[in-house]
Design a protein around this ligand. Structure first.
Ligand code: 4AD
Ligand code: MG
Length: 431
């Protein structure tokens, strides 16, 4: 395919080329008219000069409306003042489809208006920047694990049981087999994978029937979950900090232009380098108390608590050893204190809250069985999972990173809804 895109213009200066795209903007100054085309890779200004082209071609300027599709042919020229640094002296224009009056105009629109038109909103420069950064984050995640010998393990989406508590399960009828649940996390399958392949990562969509309308919650989101046999909590923290450094430094290196479009102040991002600070749950509670917050030991942190804790640090902070009773059934207890779980949460700076949740896993069959009972989970549905403790159980650990919260933090957005092409929230199922 020899199609030329706007991002490749530097390689075609002085050549006559044809570009295909949509009309982003147009303006005229007397005998010269400018058509700004977007093709998904950038913007370029086409210049139409009266007398230099046929009247027919010149007349296309009036015909083209915002978002009309067309192609333009002409010679490219470097032009410092033009957006993107190049211009095209138009010789010919071919109209492909004239757009009806486009609902999204350069004026300010409300978020709900834009969300209702999300399929069109994706055409704007700001959304391009967010989606390209999202892509870079996902690319760098795969690169990180692939370069370290992890095997990608795809977990099922229909599952027979819950992983992260029964209060946020989406259920559906499953033929004659009764109820199935949309996966909340691929972790349990990741553990089977780690016992088979040593180190794996699960990467896929996950679902939570979150009744909360916060800037951090979606009902459908993407999670990446490494799981490693023989890793303890400490190894898990080392993996998490190396992983976060890799993601953030990759975005800084490869998506500078997009960060600029978003006017992101990158000074906090530049500091995301190993080692990251590590504090215990107890230390975190002490921070809350020091800041005058009324917090009772034993509770889980809410979004507001996480913000206060993370404000003590200029980088992501790793919080370990939470009270077991606020954490999931599969977490191993701290041998030094049975009330604590060997859990790990990573809180992002600048008030973005939890981006990673993980732990060392309970590897003792009897203890795991009693945890299932305490949590009133159906033993039958977990029998395959218990097998992992029956046949060569080993210490192992892993964590899950939420993609949308990570995108939101790195882009400096104020809500996760702009971090995924088509967000699903308690009150939104369309488009
Ligand atoms: O802390 P969570 O619930 O951990 C797990 O699901 C573990 N099974 C992961 C593991 O150890 N393999 O979720 C992990 C991360 C959170 O830190 C957060 O970033 C994201 O998933 N997350 C959400 N993101 C958007 N909307 C929601 N409703 C989310 N719930 C969790
Ligand atoms: Mg969590």
């Amino acid at each position: 395919m020899s199609r030329i895109y706007i991002e490749d213009l530097a390689n075609h200066v002085g050549e006559e080329i044809t570009l295909h795209g949509w009309l982003y903007n147009k303006r005229s100054s007397g005998k010269i008219k400018f058509l700004v085309m977007r093709d998904g890779t950038g913007l370029v200004q086409g210049v139409l000069a009266k007398g230099q082209v046929s009247d027919d071609v010149f007349g296309k300027f009036d015909e083209l409306t915002q978002e009309s599709s067309f192609s333009m042919t002409g010679k490219t020229r470097a032009e410092k003042r033009a957006p993107g640094g190049y211009e095209l002296d138009i010789r010919d224009i071919r109209v492909i489809s004239i757009s009806e009056e486009y609902p999204i105009t350069p004026k300010e629109h409300g978020v709900e208006f834009l969300m209702d038109r999300r399929h069109l909103w994706l055409r704007s420069s700001r959304q391009h920047a967010v989606l390209r950064i999202r892509h870079e984050i996902i690319r760098s995640i795969r690169e990180f694990f692939d370069n370290r010998g992890f095997v990608l393990l795809d977990a099922p989406i229909f599952t027979p049981a819950s992983c992260e508590g029964t209060s946020t399960l989406f259920e559906t009828e499953y033929f004659d087999l009764g109820k199935a649940f949309l996966t909340q996390s691929g972790q349990l399958y990741g553990e089977a994978g780690a016992m088979a392949l040593g180190k794996v990562y699960v990467f896929g969509p996950t679902f939570r029937a979150e009744k909360s309308k916060t800037r951090r919650h979606l009902t459908e989101f993407w999670m990446v979950e490494p799981e490693v046999a023989f890793n303890d909590l400490n190894d898990n923290m080392e993996l998490a900090e190396e992983f976060l450094e890799h993601i953030v430094q990759s975005v800084l290196k490869n998506r500078q232009k997009e960060l600029e479009t978003l006017e992101r102040n990158t000074s906090f991002l530049e500091k995301v380098k190993r080692p990251l600070p590590r504090i215990s749950y107890d230390d975190a509670v002490a921070i809350l108390k020091k800041r005058g917050h009324n917090f009772e030991w034993g509770n889980d942190f809410g979004g507001a608590d996480e913000t206060v804790i993370s404000e003590d640090f200029d980088r992501p902070v790793m919080v370990h050893r939470y009270p077991a009773k606020v954490k999931a059934f599969y977490m191993k207890r701290d041998p030094e204190n049975n009330d604590l779980a060997l859990a790990l949460d990573v809180l992002a700076p600048e008030g973005y809250g939890e981006i990673i949740g993980g732990s060392q896993r309970e590897d003792n069959l009897d203890l795991l069985l009693s945890r299932l009972r305490e949590h009133e989970l159906p033993e039958e549905a977990f029998s395959w999972y218990l097998d992992l403790r029956r046949y060569g159980s080993v210490p192992h650990s892993g964590f899950g990173l939420g993609i949308e919260r990570t995108v939101s933090w790195i882009c400096g957005l104020d809500h996760v809804r702009e971090t995924i092409p088509f967000p699903r929230m308690i009150y939104r199922l369309t488009p």
